[in-house]
Ligand binder design. Structure first.
Ligand code: 8ID
Ligand code: ZN
Length: 350
């Protein structure tokens, strides 16, 4: 008893606006499932998609969203390893070819034929969403669907980024953009992995959240600090700076600054995707400090399963606010102003 029509948030043209309307429910293809999305997180990537910030076109009209948690309600005839009634997550990586060089090495985010939820295919800001069965996240039934939604992009991405950083238990990681969706989850994963945290963001609300709820030992307010580089280095006991930096801010400045405060032998992991931004690092210091600068892009199916399992084991708790799907535009407005501490999650029934 899947309905013929549903509510969705749709953009007709790049730049928006996003319109709350009734659209048809699609049927899954032979290798796909139809997921009744109960909750969907709102990632800054969704706002980049509306605004056309990146050198990659979206489909139009577009239903955004890629942190969708719900229940499988229909499946194609070739889908045998997930059942109707199972809980599932629709991630950014909606599908990939499973055959190319990258897919064979479980680097499926690098697949040239990857389908991207809420970008090149319709995503989770609707009540019924299609995804390739091979790629939907399996969500255990004892995990709440509202709280797991942000894990499906933000959680997986920062967990992968922390692994890519090479930081080891006991070492220091600076999280830049710590008060946002990715940053708040990054602190919880870092803590669970035994890392020590320097949070960088701005404002009293985010500072309090990072220090009191998420596990940061230091907070550097980039808007108040007279010298961010010095303050970040001073936060480590020997003053030599953090072993790793996770850049999840939506601003070019920290991408041009992190190489200065990272510790010798340390790594700078770029995750945030500010429009038109470039990386910058002094060659001399980069060489004599032997630093690594790299990108990290979501995670593969195994990273996804592991990130969900961290949550299931009670290791991850980050603040989120639930509002109706109908209120997406107001969430975008707050996000644009940098006013969201943590994540917003949309309830698709409202
Ligand atoms: O796979 C990937 N690489 C991936 C996956 C998911 C998301 C990349 N992203 C990208 C998004 O597209 C976006 O560009 O990561 C970025 C962060 O997404 P988000 O966490 O969903 O955004 P947010 O909740 O708006 O948080 C951003 C935070 O950055 C802070 C803001 O105050 C906010 O809390 N910030 C800014 I803007 N400038 C800063 C600065 N100079 C800063 N924090 C520290 N220093
Ligand atoms: Zn995302």
């Amino acid at each position: 008893n899947v309905p013929k029509e549903q509510k969705a948030q749709v953009i007709e043209k790049t730049g928006g606006p996003v319109e709350f309307k009734t659209i048809p429910v699609q049927q899954p293809g032979s290798d796909e499932v139809l997921v009744n999305i109960k909750f969907s997180g709102v990632c800054h990537t969704d706002l980049h998609a509306v605004n056309g910030d990146w050198p990659l076109a979206t489909k139009l009209p577009l239903v955004g969203g890629h942190e969708g948690a719900g229940i499988v309600v229909a499946k194609g005839e070739n889908v045998h390893d997930i059942e109707i009634g199972d809980h599932a997550g629709v991630k950014w990586l909606n599908g990939s070819c499973l055959q190319c060089d990258f897919c064979q090495q479980s680097d499926e985010p690098l697949c040239a034929k990857a389908l991207l939820s809420g970008y090149t295919v319709d995503g989770t800001f609707q009540q019924y969403c299609i995804a390739k069965a091979a790629h939907v996240a399996r969500i255990p039934k004892d995990v709440p669907l509202d709280a797991i939604a942000p894990v499906l992009c933000a959680g997986i991405t920062v967990y992968k980024g922390l692994k890519e950083s090479g930081a080891k238990p006991g070492q220091w990681v600076a999280i830049v953009g710590a008060g946002g969706g990715l940053g708040s989850l990054a602190q919880q994963y870092a803590k669970a992995m035994g890392l020590r945290i320097i949070a960088i963001d701005t404002g009293d609300e985010k500072e309090k959240m990072c220090l009191e709820k998420l596990g940061a030992e230091h907070f550097v307010d980039f808007a108040k600090s007279k010298n961010v580089v010095k303050d970040v280095q001073a936060a480590t006991p020997d003053g030599l700076g953090p072993h790793a930096v996770l850049l999840v801010a939506v601003n070019e400045k920290p991408f041009q600054q992190a190489a200065e405060y990272v510790r010798p032998r340390g790594s700078v992991v770029c995750i945030g995707l500010p429009a038109g931004a470039y990386l910058k690092a002094p060659v001399f210091e980069s060489v004599i400090k032997m630093i690594t600068i790299k990108g990290s892009y979501v995670g593969n199916r195994k990273d996804s399963a592991e990130a969900i399992d961290f949550y299931r084991r009670g290791l991850i708790s980050a603040p989120f606010k639930v509002v109706g799907l109908s209120e997406l535009q107001s969430v975008y407005d707050k996000m644009h102003r940098g006013e969201i501490a943590g994540r917003y999650v949309l309830d698709t029934s409202k």
